[in-house]
Design a binder for this molecule. Structure first.
Ligand code: ADP
Ligand code: MG
Length: 246
């Protein structure tokens, strides 16, 4: 078995008196798609916020490739190899598609040792275009981001996350607001990306999750209540009770 890429130990998150995560212990190994499911308010986005440095957990620890991430600043998560997208679309609407990714390339350049030096700008441009190619948006590179279809905007966000060539990619509801056609395209993209890196996915679309995931974690009221293969999760009586309403 490979060493864990990310090891989460006894993580808790409190907002005032409200407990959003409690006693979460798990680990993620390289090269798989793991989905995190659970009802609204279960703590899924909070968990991603902790794993990507947006929030510092109230208790517990997160280790990435053996290093404790405590005290690591948010932008340093990207430099280490953890990138994410957000539940709500998060792009610069008035910039072009290329510019959106190019800004991220500039911001993340410490990851690939390209410092502010005009001579290196073509390399950053090329990186941006490579990320656009990998999500199928290169033909749209000069369009203004706000004029893209919703599904293409979500793909653009993934391109932004890919610019740093992350080992661990966290995607929070990448198919939110998509119809069946756009969802199908996103699934194909995720399958392609999963061949190259470890993906953690928060999603609601059950059929999609069951088809795409190697492993599924279930959060309920901030606690992990199940962890298994799609088959194990589908047949887990506790999961059926709290999540599938059966
Ligand atoms: P999910 O993504 O599973 O729907 P969230 O992680 O967004 O759930 O939220 C879990 C719970 O924590 C919710 O009750 C939410 O209202 C609360 N919560 C999330 N972020 C904050 C915050 N910054 N301050 C206070 N409460 C929050
Ligand atoms: Mg959420």
């Amino acid at each position: 078995m490979s060493a864990p890429l990310l090891a989460v130990e006894n993580v808790g998150m409190k907002f005032g008196g409200f407990i959003a995560l409690q006693g979460v212990t798990t680990e993620f190994r390289p090269g798989r798609v793991t989905s995190i499911i659970g009802p609204n308010g279960a703590g899924k986005s909070t968990f991603f916020n902790v794993l990507s440095g947006v929030l510092t957990p109230s208790t517990g620890s997160v280790r990435f490739k053996g290093d404790d991430l405590k005290g690591t600043r948010q932008h340093e998560f990207v430099h280490r190899g953890i990138a994410r997208s957000y539940q709500i679309t998060n792009i610069f609407p008035d910039l072009s598609v290329h510019e959106n990714v190019r800004v991220a390339a500039q911001a993340g350049r410490a990851r690939y040792n390209i410092w502010t030096n005009r001579n290196r700008f073509p390399e950053l441009d090329a990186r941006a275009d490579k990320a656009l190619e990998s999500v199928g948006l290169i033909a749209k590179r000069n369009e203004t981001a706000k004029f893209l279809a919703h599904g293409q905007q979500r793909a653009l966000e993934i391109a932004i996350a890919l610019i740093s060539d992350p080992e661990l990619l966290l995607l929070d509801e990448p198919t939110a607001g998509m119809g069946p056609e756009e969802t199908k395209e996103m699934v194909a993209l995720l399958e392609k990306l999963a061949a190259e890196r470890t993906i953690l996915l928060v999603e609601h679309k059950m059929k999609m999750i069951l088809g795409l995931s190697d492993r599924i974690l279930v959060l309920h009221h901030g606690q992990l209540i199940a962890d298994g293969t799609p088959h194990e999760i589908q047949t887990d009586p506790e999961v059926r009770r709290v999540y599938l309403g059966q």
